[in-house]
Design a protein around this ligand. Structure first.
Ligand code: HEM
Length: 406
């Protein structure tokens, strides 16, 4: 005789007890109304082992993404095994037909995402599109209803004493993620086909980098990458432009057309990308302790090391990339989904850096601290082993902004 399988009903779905691995309590769990729809969720605890709130949230999210595709422009989409970072330059962006083609591609993001994602909901397919500063001007400068996001500007190149961060071309960024490589491939193929091929295309591929997850989310330098990313409520607070970021001179902002046009940025995110190649021979010549002092974490166990406070000593990467607001003392986080890329055959390999932020100046400040150094001259030693080949800034608008373009 087989043992009876315990199960719970969550959001109308039977969940086997094997999935219910979190804390054990005898009380029914009520999920807060404002987070999870109009009626508070009550869990039946007839089996006396309800789930913790956190586990329920995670399950609800994961079940939702198994029922329907992940919504377009979900910058917080889960870490996946595969990603493609596609940067395009638009040919003749001033031409009305080109502008029309680009607007219709942007407006069609939701449909195109569903077309590919529905083919395997377990593949957790998602795509975020970012628009560069110049293209934004071409697409929207004549519209009174859309104002440029306040901080959107081209990537600012940085020249430090020893290392430089170049600015490179790019009008559109597609950050394509999935558990399966074929889903990323298929989306990109359909997208580029829709924009025309060869000389007929309205775009030119500036860079196409295929990233892969490396063991336990490590970069090719061997360190776990992404640990300090914001979680939970801190994530949208760090990453998405909020209504409170838009200022209005009027007492009644909603009747101020300027404010309404500026608020089209709400729910969007600034995105900065840089493609770094590593000098693995030089990096591997360091011993583990030296590498750990460059990064600021232990290599095997990923534990954070204490910050260096003396001005004469080199600071770790994680210290230089920490931005504290001088007035409030608040730390400004960004969301990174860096991916290793490369080919042992050609010897070119590295880290594709991607950072999403509610405030572009935060990422710019991180880069300045890394390349110029703190104090100036004491640059981030990660740069002695990693060279940026590209540097481009975009704004990823909200999904509703894109949908309205149609
Ligand atoms: C070669 C490229 C890079 C590599 C291999 C790399 C790797 C890492 C690693 C291993 C960590 C520690 C674990 C973690 O918290 O994720 C880290 C932390 C971090 N990195 Fe990078 N990184 C790179 C470039 C950048 C760039 C260009 C920025 C920003 C413009 C950046 C921003 C950060 C931030 C904000 C943290 C967390 C700091 C904290 O502890 O609060 N990284 N990076």
């Amino acid at each position: 005789m087989t043992a009876p399988t315990r199960s719970y009903t969550v959001f109308g779905t039977i969940v086997p007890s094997s999935l219910c691995f979190a804390s054990i309590s005898r009380r029914a769990v009520t999920i807060r109304q404002r987070d999870y729809g109009s009626s508070p969720l009550k869990l039946s605890n007839s089996q006396e082992r309800p789930l913790s709130t956190t586990t329920l949230c995670q399950q609800q999210m994961s079940m939702a993404s198994h029922r329907v595709p992940i919504a377009p422009q979900s910058v917080d989409a889960p870490l996946t095994q595969h990603a493609t970072f596609l940067v395009l330059a638009v040919r003749s962006p001033a031409e009305p037909q080109t502008r029309q083609a680009i607007r219709s591609t942007l407006a069609g993001m939701s449909g195109r995402t569903k077309t590919v994602a529905m083919r395997d909901l377990g593949g957790r397919f998602s795509c975020v599109v970012g628009i560069g500063s110049d293209l934004w001007d071409h697409l929207f400068s004549s519209s009174a209803e859309v104002k440029k996001p306040a901080e959107l500007r081209p990537f600012r190149p940085i020249r430090g004493g020893k290392h430089a961060a170049p600015a490179t071309r790019g009008d559109l960024l597609f950050h394509i993620r999935a558990e399966r490589r074929d889903l990323c491939f298929e989306f990109e193929r359909q997208l580029l086909d829709s924009l025309g091929r060869g000389a007929d295309s309205v775009v030119e591929v500036v860079d196409e980098t295929v990233g892969f997850r490396y063991f336990d989310a490590r970069d090719l330098l061997g360190f776990v990458d992404g640990t300090a990313n914001p979680l939970g409520a801190a994530l949208p607070a760090s990453v998405l432009v909020a209504a409170s970021d838009i200022s209005s001179g009027s007492n009644d902002p909603c009747s101020d057309p300027d404010y309404v046009a500026a608020s089209t940025a709400v729910g969007g995110s600034y995105v900065v990308v840089q493609k770094y190649v590593h000098d693995m021979a030089r990096w591997n010549a360091l011993n583990t302790e030296q590498q750990e002092s460059v990064i600021g974490r232990t290599k095997l166990t990923n534990e954070e090391l204490d910050d260096v406070t003396e001005t004469t000593q080199s600071k770790a990467h994680k210290t230089l990339a920490t931005i504290v607001d001088e007035q409030t003392g608040e730390e400004h986080d960004i969301l990174r989904d860096n991916m290793p890329f490369g080919s042992p055959g050609t010897g070119e390999l590295g880290t594709y850096f991607i950072g999403y932020s509610r405030r572009l100046w935060v990422v710019e400040k991180m880069l300045e601290r890394m390349f110029v150094g703190v104090p100036p001259g004491m640059h981030d030693r990660i740069l002695d082993y990693s060279m940026p080949l590209t540097g481009t800034t975009f704004f990823a608008p909200s999904a509703s902004f894109l949908a309205n373009l149609s």
